[in-house]
Design a protein around this ligand. Structure first.
Ligand code: CTP
Length: 478
């Protein structure tokens, strides 16, 4: 890559960086932009956060910069870590003093020990993250790249500056980060670095689940998540952090009948979804849609391999997985559960006859998530047989058309009972309870089955008949 100092200067010639430069010169401190910001400049990616390293007093530099910035500035000091953060408008700047040793080998707690710029760069995770731009006025925009990060960027390589065993024992999360950068950027992990991940994989266990999950989410959100998952599998990390996915691996054959390898199938579905949407939880639904196939797998001499109820069992497996992974236990998880439990429905619809009532029930169960469910089902078609793919996609088009027709006609997507509970309670002078519940359920079923339209008067008449069958008499005439 041929980039001149002038180009770098032009890029970083902003009032903010000039101000940091002045503050550092006044304190006679060497000062550099480092890490993701520098990497993203060469990748032509926008970078939100800025890391600044000072040779010596990082915190004092931050204090001086904050004073100079004045209003709209928040300074936070992390004295134990020897770092400081400035939030100015929507930019976050992290200040740190250069370190000789960034982490103690027995824990993740950093020790603060003054070092040179190169000491600091050596202790960073990857060569592509260890490049620095000088901010001091006399060398403004000079690139310092002692570990050839720029060359690795060009060669699309993730590699540690130091012996990778040392880099990874400094912070084992970096093993996940290596995979995450490979997935985000489409890079390869350098063989030495890769082998060290395999050797050190068990050390991921000392990292907090939140940090691991953060990286996993970034892998899931990358353009082609399968790259990350295949690397996680090959390094042995996946077995430790997500054994349920490893259980999907393999294709057994019996009496000449095989089934597909559900691990690679799941990854294709995830890649397909990733082409359609950046929605994290829809991507999670793709990752988990067949999660219960291993536990439900049976061999039936007549039917061959079956995975009965893997949709419902999968739905039930999700809370434990989310809890362990420190993922939210709220409506986001419920959304993933819902899509997993419904993912077979559109296909079953096609296999039977596409009746109006089956469509109504699907609309009722999926509600506003129907579009995303259909996207998931389409992504689930991973057959290599173009004829089959064409047939399935054609069938889903029919289902989509029917869904639209029925929704326009019956509006069951956000079903609200056309006769409400209070009206029934008043009519029969009954308190809220089982009888009211039964009547309401009967109305809903009749509408979904298409016996009556989704309207008040029809539902009211129907409810009176039902009540009479149950031996109820109204106490007031309407
Ligand atoms: N870093 C490191 N080891 C870590 C985390 C971070 O050496 N475990 C260093 C790297 O030099 C990195 C910099 O700290 O570039 C900033 O880290 P962070 O903000 O987490 O990542 P970025 O590289 O900026 O990338 P992204 O914003 O995509 O997370």
């Amino acid at each position: 890559m041929n980039i001149s100092q002038e180009e770098i200067q032009a890029y970083i010639d902003t009032p903010l960086f000039r101000l940091i430069s002045r503050a550092a010169d006044e304190m006679q401190l060497e000062c550099y932009l480092i890490g993701g910001f520098v990497r993203d400049f060469f990748l032509c990616r926008p970078s939100k956060d800025v890391d600044v390293v000072a040779i010596g007093k990082g915190i004092e530099l931050a204090e001086s910069v904050a004073r100079k910035l004045g209003r709209h500035t928040r300074l936070t000091l992390f004295k134990n870590f020897g770092t400081a953060q400035i939030k100015h408008k929507d930019v976050e700047i992290e200040f740190v003093g250069a370190r000789k040793e960034s982490y103690r080998s027995d824990s993740r707690k950093p020790i603060v020990e003054d070092g040179t710029l190169e000491d600091d760069q050596r202790r960073r995770d990857f060569t592509i993250n260890a490049m620095a731009f000088c901010l001091n006025r006399d060398r403004f925009g000079q690139l310092l790249d002692p570990f050839n990060g720029l060359q690795d960027l060009e060669d699309l390589i993730i590699r540690t500056p130091l012996d990778p065993d040392i880099t990874f024992s400094d912070d084992p999360l970096r093993m996940m980060r290596a995979v995450r950068f490979a997935a985000q950027l489409g890079f390869d992990i350098y063989p030495d670095t890769f082998d060290a991940i395999v050797r050190n994989r068990e050390r991921i266990g000392i990292v907090s689940m939140e940090r691991v999950t953060d990286e996993l989410n970034k892998i899931i959100l990358s353009p082609k998540p399968s790259i990350g998952f295949i690397l996680l599998e090959k390094t042995g990390l996946l077995e430790i952090i997500f054994p349920e996915l490893i259980a999907l691996k393999g294709a057994e054959t019996k009496e000449g009948v095989g089934h597909k390898d559900n691990f690679y199938h799941t990854l294709s579905v995830l890649d397909n979804i990733a082409r359609q949407t950046d929605h994290l939880w829809l991507r999670w639904a793709a990752l988990l849609h067949d999660i219960a196939k291993p536990v439900t797998k049976r061999w039936d001499p007549k039917q061959g391999w079956t995975f009965h109820n893997h949709d419902f069992i999968g739905e039930k497996m999700i809370p434990a997985i989310f809890r362990r992974m420190k993922l939210p236990q709220n409506e986001k998880m419920k959304y993933v559960q819902k899509l997993v439990s419904l993912h077979m429905r559109p296909m079953q619809l096609v296999e039977d006859e596409v009746t109006d009532s089956a469509i109504r029930r699907l609309l009722f169960d999926a509600g506003d998530d129907i579009e995303e469910l259909m996207t998931l089902c389409e992504a689930d078609i991973t057959s290599k047989n173009p004829e089959k793919v064409r047939r399935f996609l054609g069938n889903f088009r029919i289902v989509r058309r029917k869904l639209q027709e029925i929704e326009e006609k019956d509006r069951v997507r956000n079903f609200q009972p056309p006769v409400d509970g209070n009206e029934i309670m008043e009519l029969f002078a009954l308190p809220q309870g089982r009888v009211i519940g039964l009547l309401k359920a009967a109305i809903k079923e009749a509408i979904l089955d298409g016996e009556i339209p989704n309207e008040h008067d029809a539902a009211y008449r129907f409810m009176l008949e039902k009540a009479e069958e149950m031996g109820l008499t109204p106490v007031k005439e309407r």
